[in-house]
Design a protein around this ligand. Structure first.
Ligand code: C5P
Length: 285
């Protein structure tokens, strides 16, 4: 039996635009995604000689075939014609759940990377990302990581210059949002403000943190905020205590604030911890 170890990093959406509904029911999006240093740890036992098993240290995570990490392993083995001879996946969960931070997708991507390495890297990173699209819309980005422009359903990726060095405070409030429902709502909503991707790309190219922060924009943010006014409270704390940019990530419900120095992040963290147990300080990776 072999045990593989792989880190699964969370993502934030610096920008997120929904361009329209597709015939397959999904939506075309355009989003600058960024991996951050909040991570789950994945352990994979290969060749257990027993039926497949998945274990997670946090309650509330599905432990069967519906878990994206399981689905990733199954998809990889089916497509590549591999039989691991029994598999156990263990997940140490730190990425907040139902946060818009791609926790399940990150775990799936880590499983794909680990299995591909074990079998001698038969797929390139981009081919592995393409395979990941069959597991979930955010999986391709999580396979590649860093700073990327993601288009299509999320599977068309283009590497962008790294996000300038900074500190990011993430706060996960105690409610969750249904992603399919939110996509349905945005179909009805008039989108007042969309990301300026040209400006965001220039800011990244120039390594200009203030301009990156000025250009973060998520079309889902006002839709969710109008129904969950406590997001305004979180954003006002982020604003008052020195975040240069702040917004909700993905389909929520976590909000993040970009700050230039760790000391500011520490103060913000202390302020938010009074009301929210799930507050994190992280960095782009
Ligand atoms: O692919 P994933 O399972 O992450 O998507 C969850 C749901 O979010 C989909 O079933 C769909 O309703 C919605 N979605 C979408 N367009 C996308 C991504 C997700 O409509 N690009």
């Amino acid at each position: 039996m072999n045990t593989l170890y792989e880190g699964a990093f969370a993502k934030l959406n610096l920008t997120l635009d929904v361009l329209g509904k597709r015939p397959d029911g999904y939506h075309d999006i355009k989003s600058v995604m960024q991996t951050v240093s909040i991570r789950d740890d994945i352990e994979l036992d290969i060749g257990t000689g027993k039926p497949w098993r998945l274990h997670c240290d946090k309650e509330g995570i599905p432990t069967g075939e519906e878990n994206l990490a399981w689905k990733a392993a199954k998809t990889y083995c089916d497509i590549m014609g591999k039989d691991p001879g029994g598999l156990e996946i263990r997940i140490t969960k730190r990425i907040p759940m139902q946060a818009g931070m791609g926790g399940g997708s990150a775990d799936a991507a880590a499983v794909l990377r680990a299995l591909n390495r074990y079998y001698g890297d038969p797929l390139s990173v981009l081919a592995l990302a393409e395979l990941g699209a069959q597991v979930g819309s955010d999986v391709p980005f999580c396979v590649v990581g860093g700073t990327c422009m993601c288009e299509g359903r999320g599977e068309r990726l283009r590497k962008l210059p790294d996000m300038p060095d900074c500190v990011i405070v993430v706060c996960k409030p105690d409610f969750s949002v249904s992603t399919p429902e939110l996509y349905r709502k945005i179909d009805q909503a008039a989108i007042a403000k969309r990301p300026d991707h040209r400006a965001m790309e220039s800011a990244l190219l120039a390594g200009d943190l203030e301009q990156v922060a000025a250009n973060i924009c998520n079309v889902f943010d006002p839709v969710v905020t109008s129904e969950h006014l406590e997001l305004n409270y979180i954003k006002s704390v982020l604003h008052q205590y020195g975040a240069v940019g702040y917004q909700m990530t993905g389909s929520g419900s976590a909000c993040f604030g970009i700050v230039s120095e760790f000391e500011i992040a520490a103060v913000l963290c202390a302020m938010l911890k009074d009301n929210y147990p799930e507050v994190f300080i992280c960095k782009p990776v």
